[in-house]
Design a protein around this ligand. Structure first.
Ligand code: NAP
Length: 355
């Protein structure tokens, strides 16, 4: 007589969200609207910011509001770290810009917890951290969903990885990689002060929480590092030459004072605008890398240049590889904004759940 084996059901996969700001809020809204349309998603277990962590049950929207009302503490806390309780197979979503949270990616993966991130500091900061994340991925069956980190979900990373997997060598990648700077240079007309446009972009949620992160080129540097590393090039942050738009005096100010001092940008930007007019070109903030190095900065491009087109927050990226030698593969589309970023995060969550 043969014994009948009964397997215990696998524990239900759960979802946790870190970051309840612009992107975190859009993530919760999209999660709710997909659920209402009958899409199968993991149960929302808890969400947290730097002030509080809240168990969600069936009402993540309400808990998100309460989390955002929690009192601020100095220094910022990691209230979720003590009791995060994530188990193998759970999915944690990082919608923060926090270095401390990015430092956890590696150990979550090593424990079999899937990580989905809009935070570029996992793969776009120190090379050692990016390599530790890659090693943890290989050593466990946990996935790392990073499509929101560059191009807010545009098929940039997936295209590069597909080319590399198909045996292509990536020769050069260059592009308009900042949706906020694309928006600024599509609108700036030398008439209204540049700083006014920056405030408008920040108000629309296009910039990083501190717009100097975009204007300094630091955000583009991080994206270049992520793209280069996905292309098989072990690029280090200090190998990227960055020409910042932020004058030193503005860079030195604390974040709360910087917004009031943005007019320091106006005179140099007006000068660049006049130079572009004289040459019959347009201003674009471009980042690029090849096997000899990488650079980020403002360029005057001819109007028919492949990177000159697009509109609004469009990213526009040219990939040169073995099969795309004469003409690059061009990828263009909206590359900033909470809606597309949240959609990219949920795409990655769904890809993990459906595997
Ligand atoms: N906005 C966009 O269009 C866009 C597009 C692509 C990618 N991203 C990326 O998405 C991320 C979030 O951007 P955002 O615009 O949503 O920023 P945000 O509005 O400033 O929100 C950041 C959130 O992270 C939380 N946080 C900070 N440190 C934390 C910690 N140690 N532990 C837990 N939570 C912490 C903050 O909590 P407190 O409020 O308590 O400080 C806040 O809820 C960033 O990495 C950004 O680069 C944004």
């Amino acid at each position: 007589m043969s014994a009948v084996l009964t397997l215990a059901p696998a524990p239900a996969r759960r979802l946790a969200l870190l970051g309840t700001g612009t992107v975190g809020t859009a993530f919760v809204q999209r999660y709710q609207s997909l659920l209402a349309r009958g899409v199968a998603l993991p149960q929302f277990s808890w969400l947290a910011n730097s002030r509080t962590a809240r168990v969600c049950g069936h009402a993540p929207e309400q808990e998100l509001q309460l989390a955002n009302l929690a009192a601020r503490t100095t220094p910022a806390l990691q209230p979720w770290a003590e009791a995060e309780g994530l188990q193998r197979g759970d999915v944690v979503v990082d919608a923060t810009a926090s270095d401390e949270v990015a430092n956890w990616h590696e150990q979550w993966l090593a424990r079999g917890v899937h990580v989905v991130t809009a935070n570029k500091l996992g793969q776009g900061a120190q090379l050692a951290r990016a390599q530790a994340i890659a090693d943890s991925r290989q050593g466990s069956d946990a996935q790392y969903g990073d499509s929101a980190t560059v191009g807010a979900g545009l098929p940039l990373l997936s295209s590069l990885r597909a080319l590399v997997a198909g045996g292509d060598r990536i020769h050069r990648v260059e592009g308009v990689l900042s949706g906020s700077l694309a928006w600024l240079f599509h609108h700036y007309d030398g008439q209204r002060a540049f700083s006014d446009w920056v405030r408008e972009a920040a108000g629309a949620g296009y910039t990083e929480p501190d717009p100097r992160v975009d204007l300094s080129g630091e955000d583009v540097r991080r994206k270049l590092l992520i793209l280069a590393r996905a292309s098989g090039i072990a690029l280090r942050a200090e190998q990227v030459r960055v020409a910042s738009l932020v004058p030193n005096a503005l860079a030195a100010l604390p974040a709360d004072a910087a917004l009031g001092a943005l007019s320091q940008l106006d005179a140099p930007l007006l000068e660049y605008w006049h130079q572009a007019q004289t040459k019959g070109g347009c201003l674009r903030f471009v980042g690029g890398f090849d096997h000899d190095g990488a650079s980020v900065g403002l360029r005057i491009l001819p109007l028919d240049h492949p990177l000159a087109g697009g509109a609004q927050t469009d990213n526009r990226v040219a990939i040169h590889s073995d099969r795309y030698q004469q003409q690059p593969l061009l990828i263009q589309g909206p590359g900033a904004g909470a809606g597309v970023t949240a959609a990219a995060l949920l795409d990655d969550v769904l890809a993990i759940v459906r595997r």
